[in-house]
Design a protein around this ligand. Sequence first.
Ligand code: FAD
Length: 550
Amino acid sequence: MCMSDSEFDVVVIGGGSTGTAVARDCAMRGFRTLLLERDDIASATVGTCAGMISSGLKYRSEPDIMKMCSTEVVHLNRIARHIIMKNPILTPFRDLSDVGSDMEYVESYSEHAEERDVPEMMFLTPEATIAIEPLLHPDVVFSVYYEEFFIDPFRLCLLQALDAKRHGAEIKTYCEVIGFETVNDVIQGVVFYNRITGTTEKIGAKIVVNAAGPWAPKIAGFSGAELELRLNKGAHIILDRRVVNVGISVKALDGRYIYLFPHENTTLLGTTALDTWEDPDSLVASFDEIEYLMRSIETYIPSIRDARIIRTMAGVRPLVADWKVPEGKVTRGYQVIDHENGLISFTGGKLVMCRHMAEAVTDIVSKKLGNDSACTTHEKPLPGNEADVDVEALSAEYGVSMHALERMRARRGTEMTKILELTKDHPEWKTTICTCEPIIEAEIRYAIREEFPQTLNDLRRRLRLGTGPCQGTFCTYKAASILSEELDLQGDDFLVDILDFRAERWKGIRPSMRGEQLAQEELAQGMYSCVGNLDQSDVDYDLKPWEEGV
Ligand SMILES: Cc1cc2nc3c(=O)[nH]c(=O)nc-3n(C[C@H](O)[C@H](O)[C@H](O)COP(=O)(O)OP(=O)(O)OC[C@H]3O[C@@H](n4cnc5c(N)ncnc54)[C@H](O)[C@@H]3O)c2cc1C
């Protein structure tokens, strides 16, 4: 074991929305902070979510939570507006009996609408509804119109991590916590396996924050503490184009609400919500979930199957362990649990609340460590949100298409000028590498140099590389060669990375395939393997010591 004398005030476990928000707040309040993530930033639950920073409409039975969501939408729009989109949404009804007593949500939504700078909820006639969304079933009798905000969850986590780093935090990805060092049952240090160096390391910690989402009980267990969650599986389907003009939210076959959201250059259909005892590490969307979503949305968008499913994704909501109520009635609030042994854990929460959760836990840390600095995470902009960007002027100055730059702006904000500057010395880096998104070579090189990706999958999370209709068919090999040049990857490392990237895409595509389409795809996979010499049998995967021989 490699030992280190360095001591941190706070070690945060987990690089999802919660952990990165905690690391940012702790670092901004002056704590020596280390974030440990076993994989990449935003590689787990948060990466499978819809990215809706919602008004809390669904949780109107919990007015405090609705109010918190609304205020957090305002804060996020202040600190991260470059990665936020406003989405108009229609809830159409074909049957008046479906309306029931539910309409109280109109009032709940509208109560905080002004604060969020959106109009109050409106009722639309069938004609107005169909004019906005002609693909809707012609039997619609009326609809409700409202607006919600969406954030890029990958970029939010990354920007929080980068901002934490700018404020002095250390961010270590591919470092898996495997235990604690304790004296008299009180945590003194954290033991982790560094997957990059292949070493087990120990680091001193005054306080540890457990932001491991669905894995939080396992982390608590390392310290001897018990923690229970109500794990709730959710699946999404991604369609190959923007099917609808606006978001559509409808009652599914079982009476729950589901949604169809235009998302970047695709459409997101979701979500399911099922109590689960499956291993969160091996989840995939099931046949039942896919059919449930497709059949439900089909009752309102009859032509939905004209679009192609390009992939599915599934994740687990780490809900508060609130039992003997249907999952829809479980609080969507969060709890902070002080185990009184140096470890503080979260249960529950949502992406939209991550900053709020971080503030709550950092207040506790501050009290314990005697620091009275105020929280400023709701005021200070995240990187890239310092000013507006004139995309048209940049396009003229650097000779890159408006389309590519508009997409870059939505990821980078003001940081995009640094990327474009790179093209002055390397005009060839204006080449488009991922045509679906699109992404130019300069941005890929910038991301590799500044945003600590280790693999193609990490690049995907930073850039949306390979997430469009072609699912990486055209960009994988080009991006892999840029990555291997920048990181000096050799031989097997290079091949393993391509295989991992393809395996991750395949994991999402496979559940949606049927019959002939599946046979064709298997053939295509085989052809890529032969042409690219990607036969897995020779590749030496990097196993963790405790996995060897398994
Ligand atoms: C289908 C679905 C849709 C959703 N939609 C929305 C939505 O639209 N809006 C919204 O607000 N919320 C939504 N949510 C909820 C939201 O995604 C989650 O509440 C939130 O993302 C949880 O973030 P987290 O950081 O707590 O967990 P995670 O993102 O799971 O992060 C935990 C991290 O801990 C790491 N980790 C685990 N074990 C270790 C270890 N031993 N060492 C180091 N690191 C470790 C994991 O790798 C992971 O990266 C949705 C959830 C699902 C499943």
